[in-house]
Design a binder for this molecule. Sequence first.
Ligand code: NAI
Length: 342
Amino acid sequence: ALHYSFARKSQNQHQMSRNVLQVKASFKVAILGAAGGIGQPLALLVKMSPLVSDLHLYDIANVKGVAADLSHCNTPSRVRDFTGNDELANCLKDVDVIVIPAGVPRKPGMTRDDLFNINAGIVKTLIEAVADNCPDAFIHIISNPVNSTVPIAAEVLKQKGVYDPKKLFGVTTLDVVRANTFVAQKKNVKLIDVDVPVVGGHAGITILPLLSKTKPSVAFTDEEVHDLTVRIQNGGTEVVEAKAGAGSATLSMAYAAARFLESSLRALDGDSDVYECAFVESEVTELPFFASRIKLGKKGVEAVVASDLEGLTEYEKKGLEALKVELKGSIEKGVAFAQKQT
Ligand code: NAI
């Protein structure tokens, strides 16, 4: 039997594994940008999920081969390919979760905001189709800059009259995955146990790992806190530089996106103990969007864990104030883009 294990099940129960034979596959998932660097390994991981009955792959190029290839894996889900605007509506029909990694990635020297001009338009077009065809679905946005593309998506959904803030997520799981990995390495603790909440946004200093809230409790020196924080914030750039022009994180991102998807599907399936960090509409700060730990339920965000922002260290408080300035600008840039287009 296939074992599928990604995320902690809850704050207390850190490991989850499901036996494919025990689960009734039932959810439809669409990946938009499925033939890309993230899309392909993500599609493979989703094909292995026992919770998925149908996997719809959409891209503007090369998706037929990806789907043909994947469809030969003997796991239960049915794989279908869709390409071009004409097939987008069919791809989205009756889908429960849409994952969007469509768009261009960074090259060395670029910030995520440098991708804005291309990816903003791509996300806008895709979300318009989502609004028309599956407005009740969970929407997972991976395309960068997430700090702006999520506000763009929210505006487009509002314009279409179908915005449900509980179902729109910017995927920041990779920041948590990196934080957990780097902390476990540095402190020599068992990786499977480590859980670091990462809040704020998903770019540079807007990524704020709350190391003081690491579970299980770990003692850090000031220097360790600073080094770890900077490494987590620059994790994406570390990969961009190592790939030297060939793109950004794709494999670790696919892993992180699959973990967030699996958590969402478990929540949709009625599991009442699912927590993840994500960039969502939020009231935990004065900003309209903020990444923090959320409880996921059948209807999306069931609660935002606001208590993570209480009792911060001085270092974290300073990081929080600094990130708000940049994050505010990125959110406003996204909103202005979406409003200008109407
Ligand atoms: P890639 O260039 O390898 O793949 C992107 C795919 O999107 C391509 O197959 C392309 O044909 C497709 N595409 C372009 N326009 C499209 C449209 N209008 N409709 C459907 N598909 C379209 O890029 P990669 O490496 O997969 O990265 C994708 C995005 O994910 C980038 O914006 C990148 O910055 C972002 N990213 C986000 C992370 C996060 O933590 N949220 C981490 C890593 C990357």
